[in-house]
Structure formats: structure tokens, C-alpha cells
Design a binder for this molecule. Structure first.
Ligand code: ATP
Ligand code: MG
Length: 253
């Protein structure tokens, strides 16, 4: 099995969209792939259980399909920092519990794609942030850069923080989260020049993406193998791949 940690420059930059796309792409290549959202703050109640939209999306994109609780061990109602939400709920995050949950998922699939919450230093416990969780998981990281004003600063800070956590930043994906982003191409070129890790792809803005994702309807236009294949190529150089001959084909899904 192999794992990957999807981090973002901030909240709302497209980590879920890209994690789900990656899961579907890995499955299209013939692997089993499971998504995980270890900590989710911002849940609704369904049949007396807390549920989070990101975790549900990752569950929909997974095969085999684990139970909701396996995918999302920590769920908090308030859409705030996970640490503060855990204080309000009186249920602190225990990193070891997440590591054990991750290992159980990893036994069941060729790939586990773990989506972080918020940005790299998003608080998890009184002492720890997402950085400590990602370090403990020891996974290579893909950084999703939300293309908006301030993204160069956020991307440079995030990349530096990831590497100083001792993790391998495989590369970054520029995600056009806004319909209008003046000088998008110039910003992308600047990001390419300044960041140490390679650009793995550029997701264009898709006006109907929120609806498409919410409905679980795929394919998502623009999210295809030509963008995800470079991630897989780099992954295959840095982790031991599950025993499968990767089909080098741009797969729409
Ligand atoms: N390329 C895109 N075009 C249009 N909308 C997008 C694009 N990428 C993401 N979005 C939308 O932006 C919103 C935020 O994306 P997403 O939920 O994937 O972010 P996130 O980083 O996972 O956020 P969180 O920190 O809450 O987990 C969603 O409504 C999503 O559908
Ligand atoms: Mg998300």
C-alpha cells in the first residue's frame, strides 16, 4: 500500500476536490483506493450521527468503501478550527487513534489519500497542528495552492513548513478557485519560479464544480488523467507502489 497527504495553502482551496479526483484516478488505473478525513470540523446530523461533506465525498470516491467512522474518526459540529471545536465538544484529538485508524485503512487498499483540515499549521490539539499529524503519518505531501490574491506568500510559507516538518513535498497543484483572478498566468509562472517543488498541474475554474461535487456526479470537466498522471509519476519514484503496472493513459473519469 501507499499513502499520500493532501495539504492546502488554506481552507477552501480545493483539497477535497483534488483528493476525490486523485482517488477516482487511482481507481481508474486499477488500484483500490480509500480516502480519509481524519478530523472534520463543520458537520451536520444525520440519523443521530455527525457527518461531514468532505468525508462523505471521499467515501463516495473510495473503493472498497469503508464505514463513515473509519474514514472520519474525529467529527465536530462547529465549522471552526478543529482544536477549538474539540474543546467545545469536550473530545480532544488523539493522534495515535488517527494513526491506528490510518493503518487499518492502509491494510485494505493499495492507496490511502488523506485530506488535511485547513492549512499546514491548522491547530489540532493544545500543542499540535496538522503538521504533527502529517509528520506522524510520514506520508509524501501534495500541496494544493488556491489561486487567489496572496497565494504566492501562502504557497512559499506552506512549502517551507512542509519540508521543515521533514516531509517530502512531492509538488503543488494550482487550483483556480475564483472565476476571476487577475494575472493568473503571471502568478502561476511566479509560483513555478519561486517554489522548490514542481508544479504537478493546474486545475481550471469550473463554474459547476461545487454542484457536481455535491451531487457526487462525475466526470468533472477538466479534472482528468493529464493533470493527475504527473502526481502518480512522482509518487511512484518516492514510495513503493502496490504491485500493479500503471497504465500510462490519460483517463477521463
Ligand atoms: N477549480 C475549481 N473551480 C470551481 N470551484 C472550485 C474549484 N476548486 C474547488 N472549488 C470549490 O471551492 C470550494 C472549496 O473546495 P474544497 O471543499 O475542495 O476545499 P478544501 O480545501 O477541501 O476546503 P476545507 O478546508 O474546508 O477542507 C468547494 O465548493 C469546491 O467545489
Ligand atoms: Mg476539504
Amino acid at each position: 500500500m501507499a499513502g499520500i497527504f493532501v495539504a492546502g495553502t488554506d481552507t477552501g482551496v480545493g483539497k477535497t476536490v483534488i483528493s476525490a479526483a486523485l482517488l477516482r484516478y487511482l481507481r481508474a488505473q486499477g488500484w483500490s483506493a480509500i480516502g480519509m478525513k481524519p478530523v472534520a470540523a463543520g458537520c451536520f446530523r444525520e440519523d443521530g450521527e455527525l457527518r461531514n461533506g468532505d468525508a462523505l465525498e471521499l467515501q463516495r470516491a473510495s473503493s472498497p468503501v469503508p464505514s463513515y467512522r473509519e474514514i472520519n474518526p474525529y467529527r465536530y459540529e462547529e465549522p471552526i478550527s478543529p482544536y477549538l471545536a474539540s474543546v467545545i465538544a469536550g473530545q480532544p484529538v488523539n493522534k495515535q487513534f488517527i494513526l491506528d485508524a490510518y493503518r487499518k485503512l492502509a491494510e485494505r487498499a493499495d492507496w490511502v489519500v488523506v485530506e488535511g483540515a485547513g492549512g499546514w499549521f491548522c491547530p489540532l490539539t493544545e500543542q499540535e497542528t496538522m503538521a504533527e499529524l502529517a509528520s506522524a503519518l510520514e506520508l509524501p505531501v501534495v500541496l494544493v495552492v488556491g489561486l487567489r490574491l496572496g497565494c504566492v506568500n501562502h504557497a512559499l510559507l506552506s512549502e517551507q513548513a512542509i519540508t521543515s516538518s521533514g516531509l517530502n513535498c512531492l509538488g503543488w497543484i494550482g487550483n483556480q478557485v475564483q472565476a476571476e483572478f487577475p494575472l493568473a498566468d503571471a502568478n502561476l509562472a511566479d509560483l513555478r519560479r519561486r517554489l522548490g517543488s514542481p508544479c504537478l498541474g493546474h486545475f481550471p475554474f469550473q463554474a459547476d464544480l461545487p454542484m457536481t461535487v455535491a451531487s457526487g456526479r462525475f466526470p468533472v470537466p477538466g479534472v482528468n488523467g493529464s493533470i493527475l498522471l504527473p502526481i502518480l509519476r512522482r509518487l511512484s519514484r518516492s514510495v513503493t507502489l502496490p504491485p500493479f503496472e500503471c497504465a500510462d493513459k490519460p483517463t477521463d473519469f
